[in-house]
Design a protein around this ligand. Sequence first.
Ligand code: SAH
Length: 397
Amino acid sequence: MKNKVKLQVKKNFEKSFQAGFPLISKDAIVNESALQKEGTLIELQDHRGQFLGKGYYGIQNKGRGWILSFDPNEEIDQELFTRRIEQALAKRTSFYEDPHTTAFRVFNGEGDGIGGFTLDHYDGYYVVSWYSEGIYQFKDYVIKALTSSVEVKGLYEKKRFDTKGMYIEDDDFVIGERASFPIIVKENGMNFATYLNDGAMVGVFLDQKDVRKTIRDNYAKDKHVLNTFSYTGAFSVAAALGGAKKTTSVDLANRSKPKTIEQFSVNGIDYEAQDIIVEDVFNYFKYAVRKKLSFDMVILDPPSFARSKKHTFSAAKDYPELLKQAIAITKKGGTIVASTNCSTFDMKKFKGFIDKAFKESNGAYKIVEEFSLPKDFQTISTFKEGNYLKVAIIQKI
Ligand code: SAH
């Protein structure tokens, strides 16, 4: 990796790199054709040929790579990866020491100084997610840095880029010993069954830990909770553990039902006392209106984009409509947990969606709590897009 490509930045982008913006977007560069092989080191220059930053070439959506250093004298080598990973691990000491939480993020891409990959910890096992073929070229550096800093029982990997026929191990295993699945991890005392060898999603989304905790501790008691886009029912588990009268989980994926039963079971909750429904959420809303059902709490956590047989949902366009349907079946005084991981709009715009939905429903509301990413999902102020999670806990009044 000695060859370094010199990339020239368009003039109107120079300021943002000078201010520390780490993502090299396709739009920002003059000579994209100089980029040949992913993983190549890059030196970014302004229009005078002055140094702006150094990084690597990797295709990630509109990104063409990440800046890893703004210091011309800092080399991109094993030591840089080791330093950054050690710093990241040091910031998670409180998580490693907490016996009630054994699943958490240990390295959050650009938020920890190297864009393009993340590392998650699951009770001694680790998962690395690679977001480009470019960062995948640095795999040996990452493995060496991790294994020399912490004890790794076993490492699994997720290739979140177009692998174009590249040979893929069927179970994502990389090094160490294979785990026996499920691994039952803990999060603030809740249990979750996880499968690190079973596709992109392992069974629980670690970025919602603060929201699950507040639902359990502050909102669920004696409530009938509707959890939409429920996946493995993690929010339903939190609600049930917090004393909910009943939970109703709705997701259209067939796998969601056995997965939700499993998550209830590993927490000692009688799943037969809960409703677990495999259905399109938008149909379920219609059904609920027809049957005059209403809920004390409705949780909305849709994907940014989803296409089902009848509906295409885009959070940036359709969130207000989704909220209106939730408002219609939430009791007065009840709670709506509105969540989105869509990075194309910010909290301000999300609050605008909430306001629009309530106005068009002729309803009043109060936002009682707000959440963004938890502490283990480190972000940096120079890359606001990295803090993609927005959650508003809304009271219908
Ligand atoms: N709230 C979940 C994560 C949701 S992931 C959690 O905290 O774990 C998004 C889920 O939405 C997926 O499980 C997917 O199957 C589901 N989904 C997407 N479109 C849907 C639709 N129209 N109706 C119901 N579920 C849908």
